[in-house]
Design a protein around this ligand. Structure first.
Ligand code: ATP
Ligand code: MG
Length: 180
């Protein structure tokens, strides 16, 4: 599985439709301070189901919508689409190419799509949780996370190993089943 493309529209500092394509190998995103590098990583977290505005450095989820500059009016909708090559069927879904889309409007409407079909947030979260790429996984390591791992309590560190070993998803399912 490979990240092929990310398309941002109205997300944080990207008011214009912005497409980033990723080729084979390592991709580095470079740019001056404040140019939007972290915003791109946050867009990936967001479209994969992040529900904490704080993790995305905001107070409310609406803070991901472009809030305007001196030259540009604020926008009312933010949208991120992630396109993944799934020809090896790493994600448990039959499509060779998988598109994940998340949209939010200032009025509070949220839309989630997998391959242009509307779905629930839960479907997106589940798709990635099964792959070990979920929002709690270590596929995205943010500034400060490394330090947090070193300083964490033993039981929290155990959680990190459970996620890496692929046990975490079963724990979540067991907890869900016990609640029912
Ligand atoms: P650094 O090198 O310092 O880590 P960076 O390239 O990671 O910088 P970001 O943190 O991604 O930069 O971008 C910060 C910029 O994004 C700030 O200028 C901030 O005003 C802008 N920004 C964040 N949220 C929004 C929003 N909702 N609307 C418009 N601009 C936003
Ligand atoms: Mg940054």
């Amino acid at each position: 599985m490979q990240l092929k493309k990310i398309i941002l529209k109205g997300f944080k500092s990207f008011p214009e439709k912005t497409t980033l394509e990723f080729n084979q190998g390592v991709t580095a995103i470079v740019g001056p301070n404040g140019s939007g590098k972290s915003n791109i990583i946050e867009a990936i977290r967001w479209v994969m189901g992040e529900q904490s505005a704080k993790t995305l450095r905001g107070d409310r989820m609406n803070d991901v919508i472009f809030s305007g500059t001196n030259e540009r009016k604020p926008l009312n909708i933010a949208e991120v689409e992630l396109i993944l090559d799934n020809s090896d069927h790493y994600l448990g879904i039959e499509y060779e190419e998988v598109s994940i889309l998340r949209r939010i409007s200032r009025t509070g409407d949220s839309t989630y799509m997998i391959n242009q079909q509307e779905c629930r947030l839960r479907d997106i979260v589940d798709l990635f949780m099964d792959s070990g790429l979920g929002k709690e996984s270590f596929s995205v390591i943010s500034q400060g996370k490394v330090e947090a791992i070193f300083n964490s309590k033993p039981e929290d560190r155990r959680g990190i190993f459970e996620e890496a070993a692929g046990v975490y998803k079963y724990k979540v399912r067991k907890q869900d089943a016990e609640k029912k």
